[in-house]
Design a protein around this ligand. Sequence first.
Ligand code: ADP
Ligand code: MG
Length: 417
Amino acid sequence: MNEIKDFLLQLALITILIFTYHIFFVERSKRNSTEKIIATALSGLSILLCMSFRTNVNSYVSLDIRIVPLLLGTLYIGTRTGLFLSTIIILYRLFLGIDLGFYNTILTILTAMPAFLFFQKIFVKGKKNKRIQIALILSIYYCLTGLTWSAILRGASLKVLQVQIIHLIFIVVVVWFFTSLIENIKEINLKNQQLQSEAERVRVISDLTSVFAHEIRNPMQITRGFLQLLNQPELSDKKKEYIKYSIDEIDRANAIINDLLAFGKPITTENQPIEVASELRHVENIIQTYALSSNVEIKTIYHDDCWIHANPQKLNQSLINILKNAIESMPNGGTIWLTCAPKIDGFIEISVKDQGIGMTKDQIDKLGSPFYSLKESGTGLGMMVSLQIIRNLQGRVQINSEKDVGTEFSIYLPKIS
Ligand code: ADP
Ligand code: MG
């Protein structure tokens, strides 16, 4: 079992170097040349350490796990690194002395490297599982060629074969472990980067929105003032009505801008007791024209006397987003059921059910992430805003959906009595 002890020592050395790399150099999707050089140097160092601490099976056969840094270096860093690492192996083996082991090393490298270099191209383009498979197949191939050349050069012996099989199993497990580890680290880093850039986009949008909103508000207020001045008693009723419409529309635009500005800020003020059914009737009125234009009918069952504590404008915004999505999920028209009812656990349930295209579990999980949209002209912000509003009201949302059957959004909000 001394061999395993030696392999474990070599494994510990490689692990230290791999972690050093990943801790000090956060991997980016496109690595720069300095990072490549450092990774290559660390792989080279791993190889030298493995070869220095090799295990001697008998007086003329010795084994080590140099294949691990050689394979990972070639696959993850590139073909040039692969060639460089092979040269290091050959030169160091030359330095240790020219014997059968030296020829064995050269022949194994010459047989294995072409396969490594060939598969590197496929490896780079592959997905996580394919990469792990390629690494495993290549590691088995390397061990088998080494084993074959050793048998040809030095003849087979049971003791050597035994150690070689332990060596092969050990290598396969280690390569599987390291490729899975590196792939997971890469995945986590990529997610982190995506989150960072998304957060940055949201920040830029909210900065721009507030500047834009202020710029647009001033001319609107001036226009509103002049419209009020125009509203003289001698005007005809028709004209008075037009002016009233214009002022109402400006007020509506102003309310939208206020909402936009409030976006992202937690709702702390302006909450008031709301009767859900009357609020739903209001929402229904707003969305009705949009529904009719898409051939969608809205059927409602409202339970009266359901009271919650909320900001009516924000609640409307959230419900309108959800209803708008429900309408858009039915390109050929259909029915939406909009209901509200009290639950026994102290919550009010508002349900929006459609007969639309539905979602897979994966799509449901992504719902609410900024900019997640499957629509050509979608913003992917509607759900994010809606879910945040509901969360701020201490509520929760349950989504049941089936592809090509429909989706039900059940919104639970704390009831007040
Ligand atoms: P947008 O509507 O701009 O695409 P949203 O955040 O409102 O952005 O919605 C995100 C995505 O969630 C939509 O693109 C759609 O794919 C999916 N989605 C939301 N609601 C539904 C629904 N009722 N049925 C099917 N898919 C939906
Ligand atoms: Mg939407």
